[in-house]
Design a protein around this ligand. Structure first.
Ligand code: NAD
Length: 349
């Protein structure tokens, strides 16, 4: 099949692009604006494939989206392009509304126009797959899990903009019959994660000998999903998912942030010990919490397991070990991003 991937130079999109080229026979068009969060070094390993092509463009630019879709004639659109960093959404929410809401609208309008013009059999098989977050469901207390039926209750400008985009996708399915799919996933981690996000940020700061800033007591709980498990889930959904359906994707790996940071420090102590004999955990400090910080997210991924046979392969322990080792082996990828101040604190409002 021909898969049109938006945001394929970012963290999850690039993992999907690499997976599709390396492990399937699908063709891929990567449509990405290359914002601060996107770099083509993430897809260098597959860029030479004759099943891969790249178009630099903005999902808010209807003409550019139209031309790219018309030229590629996709069977599937997987839509990952977004502004994705919660802290940035606190400082500058406008960009999130523009890219995540208006951009998704533009993708839907162009996908629909294309879909209406193709042959019947192609129209039946076409899918528009929107990639979203569990943050649209709001925050959980100490117990309970988000299911696909949990009411939306977004709390940050980021999650509100993603919730808006999810509703647009659902509306295009109901109103126009566009065969849409939505996945809502938990926090991803793994290779090529931009070093402003928790796990790579802590690795970079630990190695630099800097303080490791943890919001408040670090007792916020996230359900960690290894990015390569996630992209296998995405493939299962766009190949076999039922149009109109939502699938939650989670890693069955609930951890408090402070536990995540201690785990990273313990791995670094073992594989790259500090020269002064100290532990990286000594660098941990508490900083003022993020405004409106959600307490706990946790996913019930029963539907995707029962209907599509997907399950995560990595535990948090195996995935984070792979991730730390990847960052140690790929300093040439992330050090320039750190030098460009990607690790500065944002979103203090
Ligand atoms: P990312 O920030 O790493 O990458 C986003 C990509 O989109 C970048 O390559 C960027 O250049 C591109 N982009 C941004 N604005 C664009 C525009 N206007 N036009 C075209 N391209 C544009 O994000 P990510 O972590 O890979 O997340 C991908 C998707 O998954 C997002 O929709 C996000 O909301 C969702 N998601 C992410 C997580 C996570 O833990 N990372 C969890 C749940 C859902």
């Amino acid at each position: 099949m021909r898969i049109f991937v938006t945001g394929g130079a970012g963290f999850i999109g690039s993992a999907l692009v690499r997976h599709l080229i390396e492990n399937t026979g699908h063709e891929v068009l990567n449509f990405d604006k290359l914002t601060y969060a996107g770099t083509l070094t993430t897809v260098e390993a597959v860029a030479g494939s004759d099943r891969y092509r790249f178009v630099q463009g903005d999902i808010c630019d209807a003409d550019a989206v139209h031309a790219a879709i018309a030229g590629f004639r996709p069977d599937i659109v997987t839509h990952l392009a977004a502004e994705s960093h919660v802290d940035r959404s606190i400082d500058g929410p406008g960009a999130f509304v523009q890219t995540n809401v208006v951009g998704t609208y533009t993708m839907l309008a162009e996908a629909r126009a294309y879909w209406q013009g193709i042959a019947d059999s192609e129209r039946q098989a076409f899918r528009f797959h929107h990639i979203s977050t569990d943050e649209v469901y709001g925050s959980l207390g100490d117990t309970g899990l988000f299911t696909e039926d949990t009411p939306y209750d977004p709390r940050s400008p980021y999650s509100a903009s993603k919730a808006g985009s999810d509703h647009l996708v659902s509306a295009w399915g109901h109103t126009y019959g566009l065969p849409v799919l939505v996945t809502n996933c938990s926090n991803n981690y793994g290779p090529y994660h931009f070093p402003e996000k928790l796990i790579p940020l802590m690795i970079a700061k630990a190695l630099a000998g800097d303080p490791l800033p943890v919001y408040g007591k670090g007792d916020q709980v996230r359900d960690w999903l290894y990015v390569e498990d996630h992209v296998r889930a995405l493939q299962a959904v766009f190949e076999r998912g039922r149009p109109g359906r939502t699938y939650n994707v989670g890693g069955n790996n609930e951890k408090q942030n402070i536990t995540v940071v201690h785990t990273i420090c313990a791995i670094l102590d073992r594989v790259r010990p500090r020269t002064d004999g100290g532990s990286y955990a000594d660098q941990i400090i508490s900083v003022a919490d993020r405004p409106g910080h959600d307490k706990r997210y946790a996913i019930d991924a029963t539907r995707i397991r029962d209907e599509l046979g997907w399950e995560p392969r990595e535990t948090f322990e195996t995935g984070v070990e792979k991730t730390v080792r990847w960052y140690l082996d790929h300093e040439d990828w992330w050090r320039p991003l750190v030098a460009a101040k990607a690790t500065e604190r944002r979103g203090v409002a």
